[in-house]
Design a protein around this ligand. Sequence first.
Ligand code: MLC
Length: 506
Amino acid sequence: MPTLFEIFDKSFKRQGEKSAILFLRDGRLETQLSYNQLKRESEIFSTYLNAKGIGKGDRVILFLEKSLYFVIFHLALQRLGTIAVPLNPGFKTQEMRYFIEDSDPSLIIADIRKEQMIKEISGKRETLFVDSLAPYGYMDRFKESEDLSLNSFISEDDPSLIIYTSGTTGQPKGAILTHKNLIHDLKKVIDVWEITEEDTLCHALPLFHVHGLCFALHTLLAAGGRIVMLDRFDVDITLKVLASKEPLYRCTIFMAVPAMYQRLLKGMKGKDYDFSHLRLITSGSAPLLPKDFFAIKEAFGMEVVEREGMTETGMNFSNPLYGKKKPGSIGKALPGLEVRIVDPNTLEDVKEGKIGEFWLKGPGISPGYWKKEQETRKAFHNGWFRTGDLGRVDPEGYYFLTDRLKHIIISGGENISPKEIENVINQIDGVKECSVVGIPDERWGEKVVTAVVKEGDMEIDEDTIKRYCKHHLHDWKCPKEIKFVKELPRNTMGKVLNDKVKSLFL
Ligand code: MLC
């Protein structure tokens, strides 16, 4: 089996001078790279890293803004057999300290604005700082005087990526994704959505998640298509790009999370758009409400393809490209995936149509979490990956998610660990304890809220807690509402009752 880079290399060779990525900043074209340039740039950088002694199995953190630097570095790491560890550039010092300790990288590539923060916490580790908000500067400055040949053998079971995902224990877990996992994933996405070199994707997602990186970037590059990459999600710019009929920008595919569609629908109100050149719009990373399915159909003039995936598994389910799309359903199991619906108490399969936990098996599923054997053991049962999601399947083979066993919050497509936030809030002077939950929200799907018990009669207000959270946690993890309570609702065993906490806010 080829490696991930070899898959891309086929496209580099086949597509040559065709433009692969058009990078738009603030809606204006900043840089355009052809397939030949992707090849050249990533080869120069991987040769440079190789000369520095970085190679197969080493971890390299990418702590960068969405940029072509990110793309090229990622490709270069894949060529070397190095493990890329992409991280959200909004992470704060305390979060980054954990990621660095956990992934133990040989090199941290970070945006220049994060130099002080990274130097403070990275000890003697190698660092490289680039201005990832500036126009792409070609890799010639990294050119080695001689071309060193890369001779490490990369096998399909070697890790290609570590992507952190929020756990229920409070500490993010690094899901290891191998070359085999990622190749299987991109092949089946290309297959079921019929992605070809004729396609152009409007890319408005972040690059540090599997959605924007694997389902979007990897598939388009492997298929030899074109990517119109936006530096960030902005409603007006995204709509303008999606509506463009100019041959270079004319998009055929758009992938997004429900919170993005919500915002786009608002931005489209009262305006007329012709999206007839789009052939596929998809939604994932969070549940899409049936009412939003119909609103999108009305506004876009086409049905959105809802699909489901996880960091640990790649894409698992999708509504069909041509057949019946069922609002509220994540669709059918993708090729190569085995699915069981299991009673989480008896570990027996439930009767047809009944609700149980989704257990998955297939070539796209991660071998486990980085340096977390216990978590890995808990996540698998006899080779089946326990998703922690509850749902059912209908007689036509369409799957529906109904609830979650795991206590996590999905806000705007971001998985958030309540425990991680509780750990931070509990550090604040004047806080005795707290409970963080997610409640339904029009804008974010779910939003983070917290009930706080004060310590004795100490004075502590909402602002202090919000400020403390902002300092220690990524902005989107910070509670959007705080309520002070005399005590947390608990059962007789002393366990906090999340539903009761939620009802305080509803
Ligand atoms: C931003 N904010 C959020 C938020 N994103 N609040 C809650 N949840 C979120 N997800 C808050 C910020 O803290 C800030 O508030 C305010 O919104 C504006 O911030 P912003 O940075 O301007 O927001 P914006 O850029 O508009 O981001 C919204 C978004 C983003 C929807 C574009 O959240 C996003 O890119 N989500 C997609 C995530 C994704 O790719 N997930 C895939 C996971 S992979 P304040 O008060 O701080 O100023 C996966 C598997 C699979 O799940 O199958 O896909």
